[in-house]
Write a new protein. Structure first.
Length: 159
């Protein structure tokens, strides 16, 4: 299975990159996982709705350019379905059984994702009603993908 995480913005802080590196190392035996960072659009603090839409559209174009045509696309969105770790594992496993070998997870920018990215989504996925910093969301997502493979393989997860 090939899993691509597409995220807006660059991760700079060592504590975030260290956390992601640890889970990426653990994922090595299970799947090929890559993280693709797309540039965030520079924007003023007090944007109008039209300016915010423009920012999302520009970032959305960058995101869509990175998604493989055959990929099953999960877009992380607060209005998405809230699944358990077991449900995420079941979906990843089912995609593999169904012959889908490419999955993309999309983490938008601080303003969310464009309507074009939402339309490309095969599944909207929420990690709850609270908002996480985008950097932390990457760590959480990589950990959940790792956890999914441990569940799929019925292996014990170190706590």
């Amino acid at each position: 299975m090939f899993i691509q995480i597409i995220a807006v913005g660059k991760l700079k802080e060592k504590y975030w990159t260290d956390g992601i590196a640890e889970y990426m190392k653990r994922l090595g035996p299970y799947a090929k996982v890559t993280i693709t960072e797309v540039a965030d659009e520079k924007a003023p603090d007090n944007m109008s709705e039209a300016e915010e839409e423009q920012v999302k559209n520009k970032e959305g174009e960058r995101i869509l350019a990175q998604i493989k045509s055959e990929a099953f696309v999960f877009v992380l969105a607060i209005e998405g379905q809230t699944w358990s770790s077991e449900q995420i594992a079941q979906q990843i496993d089912k995609l593999g059984v169904d012959g889908r070998s490419s999955i993309a997870f999309v983490i938008g920018g601080s303003n969310g994702v464009s309507s074009a990215v939402m339309k490309r989504a095969d599944q909207l996925l929420s990690f709850g009603r609270i908002t996480y910093p985008h950097q932390l969301m990457r760590v959480i997502l990589v950990e959940q993908v790792y956890r999914a493979y441990k569940i799929i393989r019925r292996e014990k997860y170190h706590k």
